[in-house]
Design a protein around this ligand. Structure first.
Ligand SMILES: [Zn+2]
Ligand SMILES: [Zn+2]
Length: 204
């Protein structure tokens, strides 16, 4: 890894993102907290989604919590085929990149533009530390499923289940939090191999 994330050139759409206090661009799927936010999970209901988790955060306001996804932003990005880093649309039929563990069947993080994936892999300390155990899945399309909260166990942990999108029973039984993306016939490479041999180059 280069000495600092500051040395890695930002794609133009990434440079326009809101920043944290250190000046680091904050990915579009990340949750923000304002001082008066107690972190409670807010649930509402409508005809389209049934019960679902909502979120009052506004990107750029307050403090971002890296590693924690905003359910509203995550669902918007997943449904609209927009990049989880820069939030811009990914052209239909264009290649997109999911980043995760080896042979992941599905992804909880939205797809990325190849250029944005290359940037994220270079600057994210968590992804960098994981090295060869992080894989990219390259594809042009994906199917969504619903990750819903079905209840709370005695120790306070949330119970979850996966449902097809739009399952009417799920609307009543469970609360939608995130979408899961299942890539179609992905080509999988370790992140270091992809970066070294195939990823688009980040230009200053
Ligand atoms: Zn939010
Ligand atoms: Zn992007």
């Amino acid at each position: 890894m280069s000495s600092s994330w500051r040395d890695v050139p930002m794609p133009p759409a990434v440079a326009r993102l809101p920043r944290n206090s250190a000046g680091r661009p904050v990915p579009g799927n990340i949750a923000w907290y304002e001082a008066d936010d107690d972190g409670a999970i807010l649930v509402t209901r409508d005809d389209e989604l049934g019960g679902h988790v909502t979120c009052p955060c506004t990107p750029g306001r307050g403090t971002p919590r890296f590693g924690e996804q905003c359910p509203m932003q995550q669902r918007l990005l997943m449904r609209q085929r927009r990049c989880g880093l820069c939030t811009q649309a990914i052209t239909p039929l264009a290649q997109l990149v999911f980043v995760g563990e080896s042979d992941a069947a599905y992804y909880l993080e939205p797809p990325l533009h190849p250029l944005c994936a290359a940037y994220a892999l270079k600057v994210c300390p968590v992804l960098h530390a994981a090295g060869e155990s992080i894989e990219v899945a390259l594809t042009t399309s994906y199917t969504l499923a619903e990750d819903r909260i079905t209840g709370v166990s005695a120790d306070g942990a949330l119970r979850r289940a996966v449902f097809p999108v739009g399952d009417p029973a799920a609307h009543h039984l469970a609360v939608l939090e995130f979408y899961l993306a299942f890539p179609h016939t992905p080509e999988r490479l370790t992140a270091p191999t992809w970066l070294a041999q195939h990823a688009p180059k980040l230009l200053p």
